[in-house]
Design a protein around this ligand. Sequence first.
Ligand code: AMP
Ligand code: GLY
Length: 428
Amino acid sequence: MAAINKIKRMNKINIAIVGSGGREHALSWKLQVSPLVGTVYTIPGNGGIENSIALDIADYNVLLQWCRKQEVSLLVVGPENHLAAGIVDFFAGTEIMVFGPDKTASQLESSKSFAKSFMSRYGVATAKYVSVEEPYDASSLAKTAAEFNGKVVIKYDGLAAGKGVFVCNTQFQIDEAIATILSRYGNTQPIVFEELLSGPELSYIGLTDGRTVKLFQASQDHKRLLDNDEGPNTGGMGAYTPVTMADSKVDKLVMDEIVLPTLKGITNEHFNYKGFIYFGVLMDNGKPYLLEYNVRMGDPETEVLLPSLKTDLLELVLATLAGKLDGTGMEFYPGSFVDVVMVAKGYPGDYQTGNLIHGLETTIPGTWVFHAGTKKMDAGIVSSGGRVLNIVAHGADFNEAREKAYRLCSSVQFEDCFYRCDIGAKNI
Ligand code: AMP
Ligand code: GLY
């Protein structure tokens, strides 16, 4: 590959990652092990990520000048907010390579109605839906909900950090969801009503250059706070890969009914999409349905997917940017990977911060601690966010990975830390 050979002949490449969570820690770790890489910076990073840089990048000109000064030639964008704000469009006009979709393509994540109409245009398997444009009121929304016979999922259109989706099984929940949407968001964006599906969820995540999609092995997130999928929704309490249920038959169904039609749409609409892509899939009666696109890596899925990837991530990123993803392979380590997320007391509501983290020096071979909400203080590393740490382990099989992850959880601790004890229980 010309781009890679050029870099091999040149000096090593410096990279800046944008973001501050466990996903960015895992990206930083995986890119740093590439022999093609010089320095990996993370902006703003956190207490556990090497070379974290506290730079305010609200103005992308500031980031551009900083990249030039540090001789950074590749920007990898972690979270969706910068992609939706057009960071890729901004850097496309500069000499710095940027990994991610542009603002138009990012609407696949930032607008539920944009995504649903794209899915229906290209025959992507998804739940039946109705999109209601503004202006609307409680009674017009209730009328649309009634078309779904009392079981419906109501989704606010814009980026809502996981708080804009209301799964309603009863009329009471429907009324409550409509009232919440009207009071929280006003009458500002379309509302999507969707058929309520039921079944296990899978995350299919990969890279696309707009012509090819290469997927990591399937993974599974755990969105609820408590064991047995009880309690409120969170940003993710743990993940594992691979998933036994996602056998070659399921992989093929997902490829044929979701991934390939999506790719056709990306090509047809001439999206500028060179980046990570995430398919949130629900298996209802053995058939896959796409619940959502994310235009980035998932968190906490990244924290198991990148340790499981044998292939050099930078080679994949450069091949994607060169439009040559079809010529590359992806290899994975055998065995299983489990991530247990440690959260602060109070999360996902108001949470405690400032607790000193003990036991970070513990070494168990084949384990990683990816920091999410931490910062470095004189006394040591302290908690500074709701999700604090990702405790990740590799095992020859799933049970060994789980046992190692939980063994490490009993050594790495902070006051009132909390984690689920059943990550991956459904895989057994
Ligand atoms: P989304 O942001 O669209 O992926 O929705 C967030 C979560 O809501 C999903 O991970 C599912 O657990 C649930 N959900 C979304 N859409 C549906 C649906 N049509 N049927 C059942 N559950 C859904
Ligand atoms: N794990 C779900 C997400 O990253 O949105």
